[in-house]
Design a protein around this ligand. Structure first.
Ligand code: HEM
Ligand code: HEM
Length: 180
């Protein structure tokens, strides 16, 4: 299997990383919404522990994905109208930005709540804020708020993909589907 991205389609590596992020994100939202509401007295165990590990894994996968994208960029298809390209590029950039910013803010908030986040018990992430850092408390609130912005941007992105597939009948969706 060729792992590179051509003019017409995303390569196997880019597709795998795209769908891996989608699956990890779905799991992360589920855990984020079902874990206990976090206060300074909430122990680092159960779903709280899973949330931080999954978030650290997401951050790792997103950075790997961005590195791969820099090495093997896949341009948008040239038949898109200028406004479509603008919306598509803007949405992709916003999604990448949020996928980096949200875990960093969560990581800072973890320091404020006195947690030592791990990557599933393997590496301990160094603290980027301590328990007195008020800004890190605020970053926990911004973390929660930005998850809604991420949901909105992802909703727009998915609507765009479905519009191309069901209404325009072009090959844009197929560029990201496995094995097409
Ligand atoms: C893309 C990755 C992530 C997503 C989508 C996500 C999502 C969420 C969601 C939905 C909540 C609940 C917000 C609320 O109830 O208001 C939350 C809270 C929280 N998350 Fe994340 N999270 C991510 C990554 C991380 C990481 C990497 C860490 C730490 C290493 C982390 C630490 C926290 C903490 C400490 C809270 C509680 C914040 C507070 O209540 O002030 N998250 N997250
Ligand atoms: C059912 C859900 C989804 C579908 C059907 C879908 C579909 C697609 C398609 C077809 C492309 C290629 C667009 C093109 O060729 O111009 C793409 C790219 C992309 N998708 Fe998704 N996507 C989904 C969910 C998500 C989610 C949840 C995220 C992140 C939060 C995401 C982030 C991205 C990004 C950043 C790109 C740009 C890739 C690049 O050029 O580096 N997608 N998606």
């Amino acid at each position: 299997m060729n792992g590179s991205s051509s003019e017409r389609t995303y390569g196997a590596v880019a597709r795998t990383l795209h769908w891996l992020v989608v699956v990890l994100l779905a799991a992360q939202f589920y855990v984020g919404w079902t874990m206990p509401h976090i206060r300074k007295t909430t122990p680092q165990e159960g779903l709280v522990e899973v949330h931080m590990s999954l978030g650290a894994l997401l951050l790792f996968v997103v950075v790997a994905r961005l590195v791969w994208r820099i090495m093997r960029p896949t341009p948008l298809i040239t038949t898109m109208k200028p406004w479509e390209r603008m919306v598509a590029r803007g949405t992709h950039d916003l999604l990448y930005l949020l996928l980096l910013l949200i875990p960093f803010l969560g990581w800072a908030a973890a320091g404020y709540f006195g947690y030592s986040p791990h990557l599933f018990g393997m590496t301990v992430l160094p603290a980027i804020a301590n328990g007195d850092a008020e800004w890190a408390h605020t970053s926990g609130d911004v973390h929660g708020f930005l998850t809604w912005v991420l949901l909105g941007a992802a909703g727009l992105h998915v609507a765009g993909a479905l519009y191309h597939y069901f209404i325009l009948h072009d090959r844009i969706m197929q560029r990201m589907l496995p094995g097409v």
